[in-house]
Write a protein that binds this ligand. Structure first.
Ligand code: ZN
Length: 337
């Protein structure tokens, strides 16, 4: 089989012992820079034998918690304190992260719908292709740190997919619980195709994600949960020395393991307008109960249209901005596993 080619040039050597901070260079020819490159930060730490963890954030550029967490980790970690290899990328969709937007302003693409990517595709697709063919194959554990971004807010959660392979599932569940987030979310994907985590799961990797709050903000609580959680996961898989910091040791209730297996658990705005949520995150909702309503700016004489829960559950996600369009996700309900 022909070796897979890429346009991406890595300044770092993934097999070299020690700590390297460098860049992935990607040809980015444009009006203002014919022979220009995009420089994407990457940190690689290697110390002897052990598993490889790939930790990415900024898959969506408006999700700041993970980006800050990975940058802090990249500065703090030393090769001496790890066993194996850790690859850190704080801003996977770098142009989107620079712009603070979910999608790339360069090609309008959503990184998390672009996998497995294309070698000769647009910038987002070229990055996804590199991750699929050069980083996933050398990784055992993949951590993909998301949050609600501008459009949604979550109870800070570690999450995983319900993969079919029982061995892979158990390994992922171990890491999910080790994260020690308030919520451990086993989710069904309604987001579409081309996701990073699904691509890595297909390759048999242990894949854990997060939804760390959101609303386009940087909550100190969410950052702390992310920092403790990522280190915990690294300790759990034997990559980092130290003891797992449990929620109990911080005087907090244990991780609540929940799932949202059905389409009905994801509630969408029924119309364009202003969405008024009736509940804060963490509310326990019963099927048939209104969780919010959409107001119609043009028609003060119209009653607002209610959004009713189609299942029982814990409100783990709600809408960020007040303005909604029909089909926007305004709530996710989850039940204890
Ligand atoms: Zn995201």
């Amino acid at each position: 089989m022909e070796p897979v080619k890429t346009q991406v040039y890595a300044e770092v050597d993934y097999d070299k012992e020690g700590k390297q901070q460098g860049y992935l260079r990607i040809p980015y020819s444009r009006d203002s820079s014919g022979w220009g490159n995009l420089f994407m930060p990457i940190t690689v730490l290697k110390n002897g034998k052990g598993p490889t963890a790939l930790i990415v954030a900024g898959n969506h550029g408006d999700e700041f918690e993970g980006q800050v967490c990975v940058m802090k980790l990249a500065r703090a970690l030393t090769a001496e304190e790890i066993a194996g290899r850790i690859i850190l990328m704080p801003a996977l969709n770098f142009p989107a992260a620079k712009a603070g937007k979910r999608l790339s302003p360069v090609d309008g693409k959503n990184m998390n719908r672009s996998f497995p990517g294309e070698r000769q595709g647009t910038l987002t697709s070229v990055i996804a292709h590199y991750v699929t063919h050069f980083l996933f194959p050398i990784s055992d554990i993949v951590l993909d740190l998301h949050s609600g971004g501008y459009s949604m807010e979550f109870i800070p959660s570690a999450l995983m997919h319900k993969v079919e392979d029982p061995v892979q599932y158990q390994k992922m569940l171990g890491g999910l619980l080790a994260f020690n987030a308030p919520i451990g979310f086993i989710m069904r994907e309604i987001a579409g195709e081309g996701l990073l985590n699904e691509e890595a799961e297909r390759m048999g990797k242990v894949v854990i994600g997060t939804e760390l709050a959101g609303g386009g903000q940087l909550s100190p609580t969410a950052i702390k949960i992310a920092e403790v959680g990522v280190r915990n996961v690294l300790i759990h898989y034997g990559l980092l020395k130290g003891e797992i910091v449990t929620r109990e040791s911080q005087g907090l209730p244990k991780t609540r393991l929940v799932e949202s297996p059905n389409r009905e658990d994801y509630l969408m705005a029924p119309a364009d307008g202003i969405y008024e949520s009736f509940y804060e995150l963490g509310a326990e909702i019963k099927k048939g109960q209104p969780i919010g309503q959409v107001h119609f700016l043009d028609r003060i004489d119209w009653e607002p249209e209610e959004v009713r829960a189609e299942s029982d559950g814990l409100l783990v996600c709600t809408r960020g901005p007040g303005l909604v369009e029909r089909g926007d996700c305004v709530g996710v309900l989850a039940r204890d596993v």
